[in-house]
Design a protein around this ligand. Structure first.
Ligand code: HEM
Length: 536
């Protein structure tokens, strides 16, 4: 009866009425979204159009092109004077409260039960759809606990994988002729393989089909997060599963390849008669070991283990590809008078010789100029406006003890990375790629005898790229700072060392521009450069 009535109603509609109804439905769903979002106190200054329905709708449209500018404007007007401010967000996300740098300690010292990283990831990455409803805490905690602890013993594996991955990707590059390569494709060819040497080990880390689908999965997460945050939440139960069909497909394809390897590792580690078995040290082993010691039986099967890899594959691959790509663009377009490539090559090849061709932690951490060149690129060429977000999950909200404002349950708070990295009070000449900005300070200190006050000595020691602070945020800061950063630092140094020692690269006339989509850059993926094998 009801079906009959509704079909009669639909048949009676003219085209104009159908369009009007559709528009009404869309507007109503945006209004519902607006009503669901947390309300912030009027005392907090706002960027974008005025509050209210019309202003909010205007902000949603402008979010894609203006978010980054709003944060910059707010930081200039309020953040630099120690005041928090609000910037509009995409339709399905709460507006962001940007916490000023001077309040970083207050922000980071809040317990996870008040300001949650996990819930912020869950909402902004739409974990319920994209990661099949699985919480990302088990794999994240496993990486926190095991990666840094094992990194020294993994260095030979990482070195070998870097050398063979670069050789395989540049197999057709000769000494005689310059060959054109696409830099983005180059890094996409090597980084997933190197990353997976640490996540699943060989031979799976070299399997083209496995890697292709892990990269495709990471692409799905980025694209679908953007789609879902632009679509009103009321539609998510329909749109979410539909757009995330691609995630399921790519996971299935990668699982088809990985299953026999995961199953074998699981069998080898679980059989009581195998008590002497020493599994390779990689994330797969750590997940199994952790699940066994915590008695998490549900984790100990190939399907679950393969799904547990996904959040870390996502956290590791694109972040590193974008960082390495930006680094090379910055180096290749740097001021020729800085002689960046030659200086880095001199340092890396000298230390590599001293290490007798086997990188150690000591050798890698002594590459101060190379470290500085990477850190400076991460400072200057930030790929996101912010990488530290928290969701208020305390039922009564949180009160800021410095300014007195109150943020309710569901509010989103963030630290502004982009403008901190471009603040001239922190970094003189902030828009310049000054590759040896950080190593120069260290070298000057050492040249002066290195015996000035102890605080200065500590500051100099902490200038390396893995040390996070309230003025260097690409790996975030505090207890949820990236646990992969020690690996990344070693990896990028070894890549630069091998690349510069074995190949010559033609400089670029100028730094190719990236453009911003909301709070993230779209890198210039089309850029090519010429490369030639070095005559030895
Ligand atoms: C240049 C490359 C990388 C950058 C720029 C980067 C950046 C970050 C940032 C900013 C966070 C904090 C996110 C937040 O607070 O919401 C983070 C977290 C994380 N990263 Fe990385 N990352 C990189 C590479 C890696 C790699 C290679 C791995 C693993 C092998 C990794 C594993 C993780 C994990 C597990 C977390 C979650 C930590 C937590 O929530 O406690 N990352 N990363």
């Amino acid at each position: 009866m009801a079906t009959g009535l509704s079909s009669q109603f639909l048949e009676s509609l003219t085209l104009g009425q159908t369009i009007l109804l559709f528009i009404f439905f869309i507007v109503a769903s945006f209004v519902v979204d607006f009503t669901w979002q947390p309300r912030y106190p009027k005392s907090l200054p706002r960027l974008g159009s005025e509050d209210g329905y019309l202003g909010t709708i205007k902000n949603w449209f402008q979010y894609v092109t203006r978010f980054n500018n709003w944060v910059a404007e707010g930081t200039e007007k309020y953040g630099k004077h120690g005041r928090a401010f609000v910037v509009p967000a995409a339709p399905a996300r709460p507006d962001e409260i940007v916490v000023p740098r001077s309040q970083t300690a207050w922000f980071l010292e809040q317990p996870d039960r008040v300001l949650s990283t996990k819930e912020s990831h869950r909402d902004s990455l739409f974990n319920d759809y994209q990661f099949f409803g699985l919480d990302d805490q088990f794999p994240i905690q496993t990486i926190h606990k095991h990666l840094a602890r094992n990194i020294i013993s993994l260095l030979p594996t990482i070195q070998e994988e870097i050398h063979s991955a670069i050789e395989a990707t540049l197999a057709n590059v000769t000494e005689e002729e310059w060959t054109s390569i696409n830099l983005w494709e180059f890094f996409l060819g090597i980084i997933p393989r190197i990353t997976n040497a640490v996540l699943v080990g060989a031979p799976l880390c070299r399997d083209g089909e496995f890697l292709k689908n892990q990269v495709a999965f990471a692409d799905d997460v980025v694209r679908n997060s953007f789609i879902l945050m632009m679509v009103p939440s009321i539609f998510h139960p329909i749109v979410g599963p539909l757009v995330c069909l691609s995630n399921r497909l790519h996971w299935r394809k990668s699982y088809a390849v990985a299953k026999p390897f995961i199953k074998k590792r699981l069998d080898d580690m679980m059989k009581p008669e195998n008590s002497d078995y020493k599994p390779p040290e990689d994330m797969l082993t750590w997940l199994i070991r952790q699940a066994k010691s915590d008695g998490l039986v549900a984790e100990l099967n190939p399907v679950m283990l393969s799904k547990r890899l996904l959040p870390v594959e996502f956290a590791a691959i694109h972040t590193t590809v974008i960082t390495a790509h930006s680094l090379l663009l910055d180096l290749l377009s740097s001021d020729p008078s800085q002689n960046c490539l030659a200086i880095i090559r001199e340092e890396t090849s000298r230390v590599f010789r001293e290490e007798n061709g086997n990188w150690t932690k000591r050798g890698l951490t002594s590459l101060h100029r190379t470290d500085s060149a990477i850190k400076e690129s991460m400072r200057l060429s930030n790929f996101a406006t912010a990488l530290t977000h928290r969701k208020v999950i305390a039922p009564d909200g949180i009160t800021n003890t410095v300014e007195g404002w109150h943020a309710p349950y569901g509010a989103s708070l963030m630290l502004d990375l982009g403008n901190t990295h471009h603040d001239e009070n922190l970094y003189p000449d902030p828009d310049k790629y000054d590759a040896f900005r950080f190593s120069r300070v260290r070298e000057d200190y050492q040249a002066s005898g290195g015996n000035r006050d102890p605080e200065e000595a500590i500051r100099i020691m902490r200038l390396g790229m893995v040390t996070t602070s309230d003025s260097f945020l690409p790996f975030s800061h505090g207890r949820h700072a990236c646990p992969g950063r020690f690996f990344v630092a070693h990896e990028l140094k070894m890549i630069l060392a091998f690349l510069l020692d074995n190949f010559e690269l033609r400089p670029l006339k100028e730094r190719p521009k990236s453009f911003w989509l909301g709070g993230t850059i779209i890198p210039p993926v089309q850029i090519e450069t010429e490369i030639r094998r070095r005559k030895k």
